[in-house]
Design a protein around this ligand. Sequence first.
Ligand SMILES: NC(=O)c1ccc[n+]([C@@H]2O[C@H](COP(=O)([O-])OP(=O)(O)OC[C@H]3O[C@@H](n4cnc5c(N)ncnc54)[C@H](O)[C@@H]3O)[C@@H](O)[C@H]2O)c1
Length: 253
Amino acid sequence: MSANGTGRLAGKVALITGGARGQGAEEGRLFAAEGATVVLTDVLDAEGEGAAAGIDNATYRHLDVRSESEWETVVDDVIEANGQLDVLVNNAGVDLVKRLDATTLEEFERVVAINQTGTFLGMRTVARALKKAERPGSIINISSVAGLEGVLGHGAYSGTKFAVTGLTKAAAKEWGRYGIRVNSVHPGLIETPMTADARPIADPDTRAKVERNIPIGRVGQSVDIANMVLFLASDESSYCTGQAFVVDGGIHP
Ligand SMILES: NC(=O)c1ccc[n+]([C@@H]2O[C@H](COP(=O)([O-])OP(=O)(O)OC[C@H]3O[C@@H](n4cnc5c(N)ncnc54)[C@H](O)[C@@H]3O)[C@@H](O)[C@H]2O)c1
């Protein structure tokens, strides 16, 4: 159980995929500050161990979201160690900046395996465990604005993020009766290791131009997303399920 009994996630146990850096690590920090016991998972083990070491009440576990057996082992272990699991954030993801007509089958299938199959496996493993334990829970799937509109040059990525939007809506209808809520979050352009080298972030002139077209006037930071994910993880969102929450500074119509 949490050492902090006062926050918005007091007494809850949360598993975050892709938690070694970027948005996932920020969600881990915020969740722990709000009283959760946090399990960060990733394939970047050194970074993940380091991220967890910097957070009170967080641990790190290796979890490649493509692996059915790793999902089962990690979820079983988390429940055995903590007696419960209340929140899953399916945050792990990879981008592919490539025209569709230049994308190889291998590249396409890698993006699908991580972004789409990984999200399915996480949802399914945790929902089964929650149903078995007869406990409610909140699953938050990190999609993208690219899961609501096609993004030029990110075709494979967009396809997987639309899939995450759809999986979320179908799962919410299936599991609502068990008290399991499922929502998706749709970040716009967020400054993280994923985008660090992209021109709209790295090139000052391009960034200034991009920011002029964002109604809020700046690119997003991980904490902007983490605050939305926190709301969806907490009981404050107890009447929200199957919904797509856009956090993009106002770009998406
Ligand atoms: N940064 C943006 O502008 C942006 C915009 C929209 C959506 N997103 C989404 O937000 C999520 C977080 O991205 P981020 O911006 O923090 O990027 P990031 O690259 O910093 O973090 C992604 C994490 O996922 C991990 N990961 C990759 N493959 C994995 C696998 N097979 N198993 C487990 N973990 C794996 C990476 O190691 C990394 O730690 C992603 O789903 C991404 O698609 C990002």
